[in-house]
Design a protein around this ligand. Sequence first.
Ligand code: PLP
Length: 395
Amino acid sequence: MRIAERMRDVVGEAAFAVLARANELERQGRSIVHLEIGEPDFDTPEPIVEAAVRELRGGATHYSPSAGIPELRTAIAAELGRTFGADVHPDRVVVAPGAKLLLFSSILALVDPGDEVLIPDPAFPAYEAAIRIAGGTPVPVPLAESNEFRLNVADLEARITPKTRLAIINSPENPTGGVLTLGDLQAVADLAVENDFYVLSDEIYSEIYYDERPASMLQIPEIQDRLILVHGFSKTYAMTGWRLGFAVLPGQLVDAVVLMINTSVSCTSTFTQKAATAAFSAETRSAVERMVSEFRRRRDTIVDGLNSIPGVRCLRPKGAFYVFPNVQELGATSEEIAVGLLEEAGVSALPGTAFGKNGAGYLRFSFANSLSNIEEAVERIRNHVAALPVGKPGL
Ligand code: PLP
């Protein structure tokens, strides 16, 4: 069968493939600690679930506008405005079944064949996939452990050409947990204005942070007419399976992205949107705070545990729920180590290379799992690593 050329170099998220293999091993009776998939293990806060049940019973089971229901667009605009001191008009807010569809639609709406798009390396793989489907050229900007995986704006600047159409940034970052400062964002915004490109700022982990609140591109007025802000309910409210994301877009792009939603999925599920309007309450906020403080304990446990294993070095991430330890001293590739951990030690992780070439020598663990499972995983990793033929020639 002839599959269209545009799909040739497209790579999907490795997390789903590794999860499938881990589940298969479990069906064979193996014990697996799941540290591969990027989703909170918490339940969606009760007020949102209650609202969804109420809305279903109340008949919110029909199509809704392609851009999202006005109540939710207004609530999102108000929440973002409150949080970042920004002036966000509800007309700029578009709701879709998942942030991923908004990434995809915005990239398809902006990028023509031949256009270049700057992306962090390592990064969430859906960026590169969408750019390739659009016929654009991804231009990786390496992130360095020595810079706490914070994008170095000079490295981004060095890769700007007349073909640069868009730069994608992600803070807090998947897979590294790196966080950009307001100064970094301002510098990227200045470059975008000077060089006439757009900025897609994926801020889906903005509420999952362990020091001060990460800065947002919404705080920079000059960039608003070239900013695609991508966000969603998946991570903050433990709603990955609900499929609910949103974006704040410049006016003309709103029409193009809504057209894309209209022609692909028509609209977002109506009762989930109605339920999500219950997300911005004091009760829900305190549920999110409890989840994040639990993540902080788990982060410290996994970071300290990994750093106590000879040959493994792990930074303490400032945001999101991933660690990206350096395993270069173990004498094997990231892929070999990830496969060995899953098949032999029963710990499911992702190789850093699932996020870009520059992820070589690293692994990604999600710490969205219980403290006891994380402790168990660390012991399994310690025993597995101890048995590796470290530094063996040829490896
Ligand atoms: N952006 C980043 C950086 C992510 O890590 C993810 C999910 O893993 C998404 C976007 C997708 O979120 P959603 O579940 O809303 O599609």
